[in-house]
Write a protein that binds this ligand. Structure first.
Ligand SMILES: [Zn+2]
Length: 461
């Protein structure tokens, strides 16, 4: 039997009743929380004891929407040209490269305390292999997109049925190969967006999802380009389009919804669909919260640090509120009523995120009977302590290095700040070498891109 006692910490359960235990303990048997409270029952001396004095014990983060684009950091952010840099560079990454990059991705998620992540990526296999070894909880989706991206660069949508067919097959293969492979990995059907996948593909995905009891996820109302094209093709907004296809329901999650109209928001609320919110501050977030639309937080593309994402949300919402003089539901003139509150954002990153993904009964809060997906945060850092409220300190000043223990399903994946299932140095240096090779290949074929990048980094001098 695998037993862990985490004792004498400040426990933020993130449960519905917002239970906080100022100094408490938590006892885990075979991956399940069997007791939690000021004093816990431990039948005999447990195998592992973690002293959580001066630590916050809380549920691991649930990262509801992410992609594996972090390898090209240092290029993407400097160039900022999606069609001329990001997209073609992605094309230089071969599926087999992922066998060399997966460990580094797992390291990033675990280091940052993401005990569950939904990861959508075209070539997911190499990452899945790394996850199996690393041991975190993931929901994998191989995305289905079927337009000619070279033509899209010029603003032309040309649908390629063969590309769609191959992507659908990859998605089915991902399900067959990985779904419930080790109890921690599940899969999802992921048509990319209403402008990038045709109605038949959405329907095929729905049929496959229904047959195999899978959930679906998609990007929804993310860009003005998408809105314009869906309007042109179908005379509808993207949520209306998906409603008419009968896929807008509580089995679907939609990422972003930045440009959802008021009517769209109403539709979404009625449908039960959950929203995967990332860093946009021009979406009607407060309206979603007030309508009880299920919401989770996702890191999206290059940087999978949930604490940083929460901070970006706070500063973005505040800036926006100030700019508009305190918009409806976000009275920035008054700090007490400014929204979303830090606690609300933490809820999105934990329990509510789990609910959005349909796994709220299993993870997302620390309660008896739930799976032991837990992080501890070391508060003995000069920028976190002293504090009257540890959660406020973590949200505003914490970072992944403060997370010293990460437990998933009762297994310790990070202990005293070190990853236990991944050789961090090897994983990162292997990924560095591989990405350098990929980027060099891209620059060889695109000398003007190399030149612009060198100018940005001053390498040309
Ligand atoms: Zn996305």
């Amino acid at each position: 039997m695998n037993e862990i006692l985490i004792k004498d910490g400040f426990i933020a359960t993130m449960s519905k009743d917002k239970r906080i235990i100022q100094q408490g303990s938590l006892y885990i048997e075979d991956g399940v929380i069997v007791d939690i409270g000021k004093k816990v029952q431990t039948p005999r001396s447990p195998e592992i004891v973690i002293d959580a004095k001066h630590k916050v014990i809380m549920p691991g983060f649930v990262n509801v929407h992410s992609h594996l684009q972090q390898y090209f950091r240092g290029v993407y952010e400097l160039m900022g040209d999606f069609y001329n840099t990001n997209l073609p560079l992605e094309g230089y990454r071969r599926p087999e490269d992922m066998d060399w990059l997966g460990d580094a991705s797992c390291a990033e998620f675990i280091h940052g305390g993401c005990t569950t992540s939904m990861v959508i990526y075209t070539y997911i296999d190499g990452f899945a292999k790394a996850v199996e070894k690393a041991g975190q909880r993931v929901i994998l989706g191989s995305d289905i997109e079927e337009v000619d991206l070279n033509r899209l660069k010029q603003g032309v949508y040309e649908y390629l049925p063969e590309k769609g067919k191959a992507a659908f097959k990859r998605s089915v293969d991902t399900h067959r190969k990985w779904h419930r492979k080790n109890g921690l990995i599940t899969t999802v059907m992921a048509p990319k967006a209403a402008d990038l996948a045709v109605p038949e593909t959405y329907l095929k995905c729905k049929e496959y999802a229904d047959e195999n009891e899978l959930r679906m996820t998609t990007h929804l109302s993310q860009s003005t380009r998408e809105i314009r094209h869906v309007e042109k093709l179908y005379g509808k907004t993207p949520p209306e389009h998906l409603r008419d296809l009968c896929v807008l329901n509580d089995n679907l999650t939609g990422a972003h919804c930045t440009y959802a109209t008021e009517k769209d928001t109403q539709l979404i609320a009625e449908s039960g669909m959950g929203i995967l919110h990332c860093r946009s501050t021009s979406n009607p977030l407060m309206d979603w919260i007030d309508r009880d639309i299920p919401i989770g937080l996702g890191t999206d593309d290059y940087h999978h640090d949930i604490i940083q994402l929460i901070r970006e949300n706070i500063s973005g919402q505040r800036r926006r509120a100030r700019a508009v003089g305190g918009a409806f539901g976000m009275l920035a003139s008054n700090k007490i009523t400014a929204r979303p509150s830090f606690y609300e954002l933490l809820e999105f990153a934990t329990r509510k995120g789990a609910e959005v993904l349909g796994i709220g009964d299993e993870v997302g809060s620390l309660e008896k009977g739930k799976k032991a997906d837990i992080i501890t945060v070391n508060m003995l850092n000069p920028y976190l302590t002293p504090t009257r409220d540890p959660l406020t300190s973590i949200v505003l000043y914490g970072n992944p290095s403060d997370i010293d223990y990460v437990v998933v399903d009762g297994k310790i994946l990070k202990a005293s700040g070190e990853l236990t299932t991944i050789n961090r140095e090897k994983a990162l240096l292997t990924a560095q070498k591989r990405t350098d090779e990929i980027i060099n290949r891209f620059f060889e074929d695109h000398p003007s891109q190399r030149e612009s990048w060198e100018k940005m980094t001053m390498k040309g001098q």
